[in-house]
Ligand binder design. Structure first.
Ligand code: ZN
Length: 91
């Protein structure tokens, strides 16, 4: 009776921590207007955020950071608040 080869990659994608890090990469890519990393779909992203409180918190923080950056950018271009750009230096 021949021994069947053991399928190796059967459980890939089931590891919670691994998935979380991929989901967070996808979340930050979405904030930057970039495409989702390969292997992560928008459905997976939404479903994971619904079920994972840690990633939801991470997304909330990332979004707040994104809004802060946008606010700073707006403040920098506001009339009257003109500041000279930093000198360019070659290192
Ligand atoms: Zn997660």
């Amino acid at each position: 009776m021949p021994a069947l080869p053991v399928p190796v990659a059967a459980h890939i994608g089931e590891d919670g921590g691994m998935l979380c890090s991929r989901i967070r990469t996808a979340v930050s890519a979405r904030f930057d207007g970039e495409e989702l990393p390969p292997g992560v779909t928008m459905e997976q992203l939404t479903a994971h955020l619904e079920g994972c409180a840690a990633c939801r918190l991470w997304e909330t923080r990332a979004r707040r950071l994104d809004e802060d950056v946008a606010r700073l950018r707006d403040a920098g271009t506001a009339p009257g608040g003109e500041a000279p750009g930093p000198p360019r230096r070659a290192f």
